[in-house]
Design a protein around this ligand. Structure first.
Ligand code: TUI
Length: 313
């Protein structure tokens, strides 16, 4: 079964579930453009997410999904509401959604968790998920240890369900490479930060558009929650704090609190957390989401049609 058939979409491109950023407007624009748009539940409550689902339904007849960040204390209630609303697809991040799979399947919701290693991938396939997103540490936000290049083929070999590659994919070359590794689709986050329909603050967007290859850094490694962000005053301070022996987990959490919102909503590009993948250096201009999708897929097809026959060494 192809991803496009499984999800009833035109292109095998899923939008990443970016907390505070991916709301109904972006999700609907991606779905109208032939991909699968996602509303990010992030750290929001049930009522916010329900309202976003209903808004997306007003904006598009195409299928869309909701990404549930499992560290959110309301994750269980949000998932129960998504069953009631019978959303087409749920993706999950930052945890193991195994215990929720039976109820989601019963409600007819397709379940596609993000995994960052083979062990969790195998467990979740046994639990009955429809597909998996294998996300490498090139991605933005909360990440695992393995790179996309190493993770994707190993997950593909370990499971029978379709695998969607994520982390470091922002153009047609990334799509073509992901398919060569055995993936059946891709998830794209950072490139959609530059979408015209993306509500992220202009200072955040501008930093993405100006970013170079080595402009991201991973904060939070000692806390067990590594998060990839663009380098700025916030990331410098975070790394300095992590090095101190006398800082408690609670103090560090307090320092992080509200920093993503500050970047996304308030436009504080110096003191906010600018979550971004390593591929930001490839994102050069603002474009409508539909154009991003058709351009990326067109490039991938061209690589298959032309370069596939030109392999030489
Ligand atoms: O979830 C993400 N990326 C995210 S979530 C997020 S919101 C946030 N805000 C502030 C601090 C931290 C997070 C921003 N970016 N990507 C998917 C992902 N999931 N990456 C890694 C994982 C993951 C980690 C552990 C998946 C499963 C897992 O399982 C642990 C277990 O219990 O087995």
């Amino acid at each position: 079964m192809t991803i496009a058939k499984l999800l009833d979409i035109k292109y095998p491109i899923l939008q990443g579930g970016m907390a505070w950023i991916a709301e109904a407007g972006l999700a609907a624009a991606v779905s109208r453009g032939g991909g699968l748009g996602l509303i990010a539940a992030g750290s929001a409550d049930v009522d916010y997410v329900r309202a976003q689902v209903r808004r997306a339904r007003e904006l598009t007849d195409r299928p869309f999904g909701v990404n549930v960040m499992l560290m959110n204390p309301s994750a269980g209630d949000i998932l129960a509401m998504l069953c009631e609303e019978k959303v087409a697809v749920v993706t999950t991040g930052a945890g193991n959604p195994g215990k929720y799979v039976p109820d989601l399947k019963e409600a007819g919701v397709k379940v596609i968790p993000v995994v960052s290693n083979v062990a969790l991938a195998v467990r979740l396939v046994r639990a009955g998920v429809d597909a998996l997103i294998a996300e490498g540490q090139e991605g933005g936000g909360h990440i695992g240890e393995l790179t996309t290049m190493a993770l994707v083929p190993q997950v593909c070999d370990a499971v029978e369900v379709p695998v969607i590659a994520a982390g470091g994919i922002a153009d047609g070359r990334g799509i073509a490479a992901a398919f060569m590794l055995g993936a059946s689709g891709v998830q794209v986050g950072t490139r959609f930060l530059s979408a015209t329909e993306c509500i992220v603050s202009q200072p955040y967007k501008d930093r993405i558009l100006k970013a170079k290859d080595s402009d991201t850094v991973v904060t939070g490694r000692p806390t067990g929650h590594p998060v990839r962000v663009l380098k700025n005053k916030f990331s410098k301070e975070a790394l300095a704090l992590e090095k101190k022996d006398d800082i408690s987990f609670e103090e560090y959490e307090e320092f992080l609190s509200g920093t993503l919102r500050a970047a996304v909503v308030d436009g504080d590009a110096d003191h906010g957390s600018l979550m971004s993948g390593q591929i930001a250096g490839l994102v050069k201009k603002e474009q409508p989401a539909a154009e991003i999708i058709s351009e990326m897929f067109g490039e991938a097809l061209e690589i298959y049609e032309r370069r596939g026959k030109e392999l030489s060494w």
